[in-house]
Design a protein around this ligand. Sequence first.
Ligand code: CO8
Length: 260
Amino acid sequence: MTFENLLYAVEDGIATVTVNRPRALNALNEATLKELICCFAGIRDDDAVKVVILTGGGEKAFVAGADIAEMHALDAVKAGEFARLGHRMTAVIEDLSKPVIAAVNGFALGGGCELALSCDIRLASENARFGQPEVNLGVIPGFGGTQRLARLIGKGLASELLMTGDMIDAVEAHRVGLVNKIFPAAELLPGARKMAEKIVSKGQVAIGFVKRALRDGLETDLTRACAMEADLFGLCFATADQKEGMQAFLEKRPAKFTGK
Ligand code: CO8
């Protein structure tokens, strides 16, 4: 797949998607949103891709938000459409059965923070900065930030970030659970790749079920969520990966998963 505003590469089952508008700190304009939706739809349909790493081009930013230059002249109807396009982008990432690791290599602000929030795992470079500065512009987040941020770090901390527009650094983001690990800048992508390789080595049907159980289970009550988990657990026993995984354990050898 080739794009104007994205770089795309696949190696050993790991796709790397790079939002590549470094002169605008990788801000998301309409064209880039559409390309991200198209790119993740392609990944969904490509059996060769098992795990995705999402990062930003250049050394300064993951994504510094929606493109303010493009957004400032929108009317209410067009702004609503733009927000819905952003929701399509986050949905295609969340609905993907394959894990998406955000490698946050600088500013992740506004729509950029919301993009990272839609990923399964967030890793950060030491120079990463997170924030929802929309109130500085007289607007609120439009790509799910009010919802996903509060679900991840709690309502109190989310309220502070959303109402002050303050940025937090990687250490604080790690402390509050917004990122899983921090790396020196040069080690971020190798670190993300190492994690991706570990995930690729597992049974991919089970990985997809884990993602589905987390995504759907956290949106319902515990009783229903556990019932859904039991159904998915049962379904695992219809897969070759379950047979191979347990047989390999009993034979004291590494499992050779086929993703079936
Ligand atoms: N949109 C467009 N251009 C941007 C953006 C952006 N979000 N961020 C940076 N740029 C551009 C700058 O305009 C500048 O361009 P130029 O060189 O042509 O002047 C270039 O990138 C470099 O930026 P700076 O010179 O400002 O770099 P600094 O290191 O001085 O500052 C900052 C870096 C702090 C990241 C600063 O650029 C900044 O504050 N950017 C804006 C951050 C922001 O407010 N993001 C939130 C945007 S709103 C949003 O994301 C809402 C999402 C939901 C939308 C819902 C639909 C309606």
